[in-house]
Design a protein around this ligand. Structure first.
Ligand SMILES: [Zn+2]
Length: 237
């Protein structure tokens, strides 16, 4: 199992680790700050360093409890090597800002109580959100984004905490959808991303530590996917 340092500290940019396995050009470490693709957030990229050698990490993915780093020239690494890892911070920080932005939008929609955000995808320079909301039109989308901007400008602190299964099941709002409820039954540890005095959600992604870091939300694309279904793309300035 890989210790996932990014779950506790989203701002960790460098770390020390030991190579535990190498398989088809993919390196397993005992611990990592590299975020693997998942939950709508793309993977980190970056570098591993050993002595005076540099290895480029081009993709990172999760399989079971392990995090695999797709690494160039990995044949020059071996099990037991001490390495230093460094993530591409500009890319990651952008993912963090967009991830928090989507949670804020989701929270605004949830509080409206008239539909849901059904999905989202984060990119380095934009994010996509899908909505299932009756009567939603472009004006209402702009209203949702305006409300979201207020939450950003109010500069709410964001905390990550871990709950036990018992504690988690006492909070009915944690699972908002049927798949979410099913997923909860399978989990042992519950990581909560808490936007103070606004909204909290079960989440495995990386987030900024204050909503103020998200910046300015702009609508960049609006697509009508049906009477209830709209797809929205946002960019952050
Ligand atoms: Zn999330």
């Amino acid at each position: 199992m890989t210790e996932k340092l990014f779950l506790k500290d989203s701002y960790l940019k460098e770390f020390d680790a030991i190579v535990t396995k190498i398989e088809n050009g993919e390196v397993l470490l005992d611990r990592t700050a590299f975020y693997p693709t998942g939950g709508g957030q793309p993977s980190d990229t970056g570098f591993l360093f050993k002595d005076n050698q540099t290895f480029k990490v081009t993709d990172v993915h999760k399989l079971g409890d392990n995090v695999y780093h797709v690494t160039e020239n990995s044949e020059n690494l071996k099990v037991g090597d001490q390495v230093k890892g460094k993530i591409d911070w500009d890319r990651r920080y952008s993912h963090m800002r967009y991830h928090t932005a989507l949670h804020i939008i989701d929270g605004v929609v949830f509080h409206m109580g008239n539909g849901t955000m059904t999905g989202g995808q984060i990119y380095v320079d934009k994010a996509r959100a899908d909505f299932d909301i009756p009567g939603l039109d472009k004006d209402k989308v702009l209203k949702i984004l305006e409300e979201s901007q207020k939450v950003i400008d109010e500069k709410h602190p964001i905390e990550v905490k871990f709950l036990t299964k018992e504690e988690a099941f006492k909070i009915p709002e944690l699972a908002r959808t049927e798949p979410g409820k099913e997923l909860m039954k399978k989990l042992d540890t519950f990581r909560i991303v808490d936007i103070k005095d606004f909204d909290f959600q079960l989440d495995g992604g990386t987030h900024v530590k204050n909503t103020g870091e998200v910046g300015k939300i702009e609508l960049s694309k609006y697509e009508n996917k049906g009477s209830h279904h709209k797809r929205v793309e946002i960019i952050l300035k």
